[in-house]
Design a protein around this ligand. Structure first.
Ligand SMILES: [Zn+2]
Length: 273
């Protein structure tokens, strides 16, 4: 940049020139540092621009050489500004990750992340954990081919109530064991089957008659069997709950013979034993 640069024709390069001269007067220590920076910068610039591919794309090598020198001269002054900036003493505060405060903050963030991960893992385990069946009989009392699915209950609404109710509501506290009413094959078992909520369906062959039994509104996670499983009469299959279309803990128990809904109450009374 020419020495005649004035305030009225100020440009970024002119600013750099001004700062360079100020720095030279202000500190003798800046001189050698600046010189090294300039030489390094110019060297890098020349090597980059002298690449064959660049030269061939921009005309004769002689012309490129002149341009390179001009670019180097102009850019050297910008490089000096950079060297002045990096010449400032490096204090601990300039390395943000290593100040005591930053370290404490980083440690706190890591601890919080670890706690969140642990909490998420605990929640996931709790969500998938099965309700305890400790102390519950795994087999219903009796020896017959048909058993009461709940052994202690209050009789509730039966089928045919005019609102499409197809089962018998056997009212019992949440967690009361549910037993398979007959031996057979589990045809459905899921945490949500429409209004049944958590439910199980079993197909049984009783002396040549196909009987389907359905158990609805069970406790989440309480199903003991999956579709395809074979169950025996009176086998523990789940727990009474309040899931699905239910307003109060009870077992919604359905019996179908030949595909037709029947009233479970008299059927059980006549066959269970
Ligand atoms: Zn019901």
């Amino acid at each position: 940049m020419p020495e005649t640069t004035t305030e009225t024709t100020r440009t970024p390069s002119a600013d750099a020139t001004t700062r360079q001269k100020t720095a030279s007067r202000g500190s003798a220590l800046v001189g050698p540092v600046r010189t090294v920076a300039i030489l390094g910068a110019v060297g890098a610039l020349v090597s980059a621009i002298a690449l064959p591919a660049f030269a061939s794309a921009n005309g004769p090598a002689a012309a490129a050489s002149v341009t390179t020198e001009q670019l180097a001269a102009d850019n050297a002054q910008s490089i000096v500004v950079a060297s002045e900036a990096t010449h400032a003493p490096n204090t601990r505060e300039s390395f943000t990750a290593t100040t005591p405060g930053e370290i404490e903050l980083k440690k706190a963030e890591e601890a919080a992340a670890a706690r969140a991960a642990a909490a998420a893992e605990t929640a996931a385990v709790a969500g998938s954990a099965r309700p305890s069946i400790a102390g519950l009989a795994l087999v219903a009392p009796g020896s017959g081919a048909v058993r009461y699915p709940v052994t202690s209950f209050t009789p509730g609404e039966g089928p045919g109530s005019g609102r499409g109710h197809e089962g018998w509501d056997m009212i019992a506290p949440e967690g009361t064991p549910i037993y398979a009413a007959a031996a057979g094959t589990v045809t459905a078992s899921a945490e949500s089957i429409g209004g049944y909520g958590v439910s199980i369906m079993i197909m049984s062959n009783l002396n040549g008659t196909m009987v389907e039994t359905r158990y609805g509104h069970m406790v989440y996670g309480s199903r003991m069997v999956e579709a395809g499983d074979q169950v025996s009469a009176g086998q523990l299959i789940g727990l009474v709950g309040n899931t699905g279309n239910s307003y109060g803990s009870h077992l919604h128990f359905e019996v179908r013979i030949g595909g037709s809904v029947i009233d479970p109450e008299p059927w059980l009374a006549a066959n269970a034993g």
